[in-house]
Design a protein around this ligand. Structure first.
Ligand code: SF4
Length: 310
């Protein structure tokens, strides 16, 4: 039924791989992941340590061990601090400060901002995003689109940015593309909000649904990085080239990134097409279904401790 909704039921019968035997997953660069049916390597030792390292640990609702969220810091008035920094920068420029000094000041500010964000818990992170004016995308937004779902999810789906409906409703992946994503989730027995979290690289809608530029994505990056750290997902699915390129820091084509397990920090990451692209390119739905089957089998392997090399 769900395959029919995705429009790929006939393709599935013809093309979906069984993933029954060992899966050898060559990696770009030096990192290689291998899934073997008989290997007994606990996910706790293969994957979780890097997630746990910064803080004390506690088991979550899914039985995994995740970093304990640190207590909220005192209210972080990001907007006020940004204004103070802009004033200081204007003062440096007005005083004839050299461009290199201004650039160094901005780099230092960005680093300090990132460090503050990376210490936030959920309760502090959400309002910080809601009032963020750190890049120009805030000018045209109706509201920020933070992310939605199970904050202890095993599955994290990441798109590039909100569209018009998301901007209006404040939730990622609603509208036609969102309904297709829901069908894709259902096809591998997942549901929005149940062991699934959905987020975007940027939290504000780029005007006219253009792709976010590199400056906007790097400005918003600490929010997604902190979300990922707090969630501690077992597997990240990058939806579309923009999200995949941002998370993997590459400019490789989506075709070359599909079908392999990559890494975002300590988390395995798989790439597939963005649902909005699939709505325009119906012939690619079969490939997306293959990717979802690959993601499902990879998650099974991760749970059974059959993944090495991560
Ligand atoms: Fe802030 Fe991100 Fe929105 Fe830019 S896109 S204003 S960094 S929340």
């Amino acid at each position: 039924m769900m395959l029919a909704e995705m429009g790929i039921a006939p393709l599935w019968r013809l093309r979906a791989p069984p993933h029954a035997g060992p899966i050898d997953l060559p990696q770009p660069g030096a990192v290689e992941s291998r899934i073997e049916p008989s290997a007994v390597i606990s996910p706790a030792s293969a994957i979780a340590p890097a997630r746990r390292a910064p803080t004390a640990v506690e088991p979550d609702a899914h039985g995994a061990t995740r970093p304990r969220v640190p207590p909220p810091l005192p209210e972080d008035s990001l907007v006020q601090r940004a204004g103070e920094r802009r004033a200081a920068r204007a003062g440096a420029a007005g005083a004839g400060g050299p461009p290199a000094a201004v650039a160094a000041m901005e780099a230092g500010e960005a680093q300090a901002r990132r460090q503050r964000i990376m210490q936030m818990g959920w309760a502090e992170l959400k309002p910080a995003v809601a009032r963020c004016v750190a890049c120009g995308l805030h000018l045209a937004r109706t509201q920020t689109v933070f992310g939605v779902g199970d904050e202890n999810a095993d599955w994290l789906f990441v798109g590039e940015g909100p569209g018009a409906e998301e901007d209006a409703r404040g939730e990622p992946f609603v509208g036609q593309a969102g309904r297709l994503l829901d069908s894709m989730l259902a096809a591998i027995e997942l549901r929005r909000g149940e062991n699934v979290y959905i987020a975007n690289v940027v939290k504000c809608r780029p005007p006219n649904n253009r792709n976010p530029d590199s400056g906007e994505m790097s400005c918003c990056e600490p929010y997604l990085a902190r979300q990922i750290e707090l969630i501690g997902p077992r597997l990240i699915i990058a939806l579309g080239r923009v999200a995949a390129n941002h998370l993997l820091q590459t400019d490789a084509s989506i075709a070359s990134l599909r079908g392999r397990v990559h890494q975002y920090r300590s988390a395995p990451l798989i790439v597939t097409y963005h649902p909005a692209y699939l709505l325009r390119s119906l012939q690619e739905k079969g490939k997306a279904w293959v990717d979802l089957c690959f993601a499902r089998s990879t998650m099974d392997a991760l749970r059974e401790g059959r993944v090495t090399g991560l």
